[in-house]
Design a protein around this ligand. Structure first.
Ligand code: EPZ
Length: 418
């Protein structure tokens, strides 16, 4: 069994370079199938989630070449095959293949996708989008058979601004006949990245990044080149590391606007932070003030940073309140933080954090990706040694996390233990 071992209390100084966005890459890689010729995607992080998608592409018959930080896909040899459940349930993003195979072949058979167990995470809005565009969906347990004689543009109103449903509807609409309007679309930067990629292929999408996206379908899409945006959640995670243990820690190669809410909240706490055009510099600051945070879709406070920021809230003097409005079950990190010495009460979708607390390392488990990130941050801050078990989820989302933290002064390693 692999464990992450951290000896906390080390000052972090120097520069962390942020990788390409996981949640953009995992949509761009399946989207490559829509082109009729070779596609190059640059700045793709080497994490197990992107590996899993490259494996699916390979299984479907595409030619996939992986070079450092880029992936080249020739989808011209692709076959429409059912993706085995053990491949699709490795991650949520496998359901982008539902959309692209439907758009390309008008028929797809696939299982319910995987992903972190942080709530029910239904896919009804994605299916609603497919149906609006002319598809019929048959559910056989957790397996879906989706067919369309013809895909036709439509007016789609999403009941909630779901990232996945917005991307999936867009992926099908680019090849449907006529105009599609997605209302109440999610506005996350990853959606803009996908729309730009599709437009580079020849799609006609406007309004990505706003709540109304318009797409005029085209008959074919051509190979192109695109670049993945910096990972805003990785960015946020390292900014928090800087606020916990940094001595002018520089977080570089970022789009500060994408983490604006986090930066504003940190300024409200009193964290010393300098914001540059594509970097921030952040230092551990004494006497932090407590704050209230509520997670929301972009540009609100990102749910994916909720668990990481909880560690910082344990260092504020007084009571902070954090409300999680996106997922029903995203506090699995809290009992472990309390084991380390935090004072956090869970009530429904809200936690009350009484600080400041001294944290001490112990054995904890990464129950999901961002819970794992939270525990890594807690380990960096804590006295003594923190051992994190079940590190698979962390490696799904953070490229070279051990190397990046070691380079700026942390004492962290992956160990094999029985
Ligand atoms: C994406 O998940 C991200 N994953 C998540 O990142 C992120 O937390 C989430 O967006 C919100 O920002 C990827 O991009 C691969 P949603 P997604 O559809 O698309 C409910 C991470 O840590 N909902 O916007 O699955 C759903 O249950 C991860 O990197 C429905 O009810 O999120 C949730 O409560 C985890 N029906 C909310 O909406 C639907 O059909 C938002 O989900 C779809 C969603």
């Amino acid at each position: 069994m692999k464990v992450l071992e951290i000896n906390g209390g080390k000052k972090l100084e120097g520069t962390v370079r942020i990788s390409g966005s996981k949640n953009a890459s995992v949509a761009l890689i399946p989207a490559a199938i829509l082109a009729d010729s070779e596609v190059t995607i640059c700045n793709v992080p080497e994490i197990t989630d992107t590996d899993a998608l490259a494996e699916i592409l390979d299984y479907l018959g595409a030619t996939v070449k992986r070079a450092s930080e880029s992936i080249v896909v020739d989808p011209s040899t692709i076959k429409n095959k059912e993706i085995p459940e053990e491949m699709s349930n490795k991650l949520r993003a496998s359901y982008y293949f539902m959309a692209v195979l439907l758009a390309k072949f008008k028929h797809v058979e696939m299982y319910f996708p995987g992903g972190c167990a942080i709530g029910a995470r239904p896919i009804d809005q994605t299916l609603k989008g497919f149906k609006a565009l002319g598809a019929t969906v048959n559910e056989e347990g957790n397996r879906y058979v989706i067919d369309a004689k013809k895909l036709t543009g439509a007016h789609v109103y999403l009941d909630m601004p779901s990232v996945g449903a917005t991307i999936n509807t867009m992926l099908v609409a680019v090849k449907a006949e006529g105009e599609t309007i997605i209302e109440n679309a999610a506005k996350e930067p990853e959606i803009v990245n996908v729309a730009t990629f599709l437009n580079n292929m020849g799609a006609q999408i406007t309004g990505a990044g706003t709540s109304e996206i318009r797409i005029i379908g085209v008959e074919s899409l051509e190979g192109c080149y695109t670049e993945v945006i910096p990972d805003r959640i990785e960015t946020g995670t390292y900014i928090i590391a800087g606020a916990l243990m940094g001595d002018h820690l520089k977080i570089d190669n970022i789009i500060p606007e994408h983490v604006e809410m986090l930066i504003l909240k940190m300024k409200e706490m009193g964290v010393e932070i300098e914001v540059g055009p594509d970097y921030v510099i952040v230092s551990k600051t004494a006497n932090l003030k407590p704050v209230q945070i509520k997670t929301q879709g972009y540009p609100g406070f990102a749910t994916d940073l909720q668990q990481p920021v909880t560690v910082l809230l344990t260092q504020c003097e007084g009571k902070s309140i954090l409300e999680e409005t996106v997922y029903e079950n995203r506090f699995k990190n809290v009992p472990y933080l309390n084991d380390m010495g935090a004072n956090i009460q869970i009530s429904g979708n809200r936690i009350d954090i009484e600080g400041a607390s001294n944290l001490t390392g112990c054995q904890v488990e990464a129950t999901d990706l961002r819970a794992g990130a939270c525990l890594v941050l807690a380990g960096l801050l804590a006295e003594e040694t923190t051992k994190i078990t079940n590190i698979g989820p962390v490696l799904r989302g953070y490229e070279n996390i051990v190397e990046k933290l070691t380079d700026v002064g942390a004492s962290i390693k992956i160990k094999e233990e029985n």
